[in-house]
Design a protein around this ligand. Structure first.
Ligand code: SAM
Ligand code: SF4
Length: 326
């Protein structure tokens, strides 16, 4: 599937729930969000039909996200069904890691290939301050359990926020010395305008890179695949690697290969675009696979050339990350 700008779209991010067991300040309000009703979110059957249509159009990788995907009941059987679709797409997962350890063997058996775990601090009190919940130990157990189960290469995603956890960039980077993880630093994004931290709290990629470079001999790793936004590095002798995702300061839109489907059945052409195409109604009115493929293809055609964060005409979107899936 090629879009208007010649980009090949082969990656689907599928959000399976808007609910979450944490309340990260940059993503959700303290009281949570009014949950979508059962009938508002796509059933697993419906999500499978969307995935099947996407795979028929050339999607090769499906990332399950949320909200927190592991809070939705039946997620492991759903993953098994996705992995068994004709075309055998690669199934990966983004999670906050809280429920990962108890589920890891079932996820592996179901056919999950890899996992990305989001974690913004290694300090227990700070974990509570950022996520408004206890749970650092569970997440750390999840990281080790996923590594032992072979859900690798495991990516550990940290969002540095100035004055909140930017003093831990070095601690996270040092994890890559002894653990076989790709520790990635993601620039904070002003997706909506009433998040827990102001846009200026973003730690720019250049600053992250200079902190990393100050810790040791950092070499650049050429990327195996052109798709994907991370710039990769490694310290001499390290078991793991490092990544920086300059989501705002150097947009990677030219390499964008993704479509996003929200838990309530909207396809988004871009993380920052509100031009959503509604799938849910069509699914419930009996749309066949051809019709679904046309709707997905229409969204691909609507992909903008690039986002406009930081420019005068940028307006934040209408959904925070928990409603899109990151
Ligand atoms: N709950 C899962 C998790 O936290 O990994 C999956 C969904 S979460 C919305 C996906 C990713 O979005 C997480 O890595 C989170 O840190 C990131 N995220 C949320 N809001 C963000 C923001 N404003 N800027 C940058 N990343 C953000
Ligand atoms: Fe939940 Fe993930 Fe949002 Fe944190 S970032 S509140 S874990 S959805």
């Amino acid at each position: 599937m090629l879009d208007r700008y010649g980009r090949s779209i082969d990656y689907l991010r599928l959000s399976i729930t808007d609910r979450c067991n944490l309340r990260c300040r940059y993503c959700m309000p303290e009281e949570g969000v009014p949950p979508l009703s059962h009938g508002d979110i796509l059933s697993y059957e419906e999500l499978l039909r969307v995935a099947e249509a996407a795979v028929a159009l050339g999607v090769r990788k499906i990332r399950i996200t949320g909200g927190e995907p592991l809070v939705r009941k039946g997620v492991t059987s759903f993953i098994a069904r996705l992995a068994a679709l004709p075309g055998s797409p690669e199934i990966v997962l983004t999670t906050n890691g809280f429920l990962l350890a108890p589920l890891v063997s079932k996820l592996r058996e179901a056919g999950l290939a890899r996992v990305n775990v989001s974690l913004d601090t290694l300090r227990p009190e700070r974990f509570v301050a950022i996520t408004r919940r206890q749970g650092l130990d569970q997440v750390l157990d999840g990281l080790e359990a996923a590594t032992a189960a072979g859900l690798t290469p495991l990516k550990l995603n940290m969002v540095p926020i100035a004055g909140v956890n930017d003093d831990e960039i070095a601690d996270f980077a040092r994890l890559s010395l002894a653990r076989p993880w790709q520790v990635r630093f993601i620039e904070y994004m002003p997706v909506v305008d009433d998040l827990g931290y102001p846009p200026e709290a973003r730690v720019p990629a250049a600053q992250i890179e200079s902190i990393l470079a100050g810790l040791g001999n950092l070499t650049s790793i050429p990327r195996a695949d052109v798709a994907g936004p991370a710039r990769l590095f490694r310290y001499e002798g390290a078991v793991g690697s490092l990544g920086i995702i300059p989501a705002v300061s150097h947009h990677f839109c030219g390499e964008c290969n993704r479509l996003r489907v929200t838990a309530d059945g909207r396809v988004r052409p871009c993380l920052f675009s509100n031009d959503e195409v509604l799938l849910r109604q069509s699914l419930r009115e009996g749309a066949d696979s051809d019709r679904l493929q046309k709707l997905l293809a229409a969204t691909v055609s609507a992909k903008p050339e690039r986002h406009r964060i930081g420019e005068e005409d940028f307006t934040p979107g209408n959904r925070p990350m928990h409603g899109i899936g990151g």
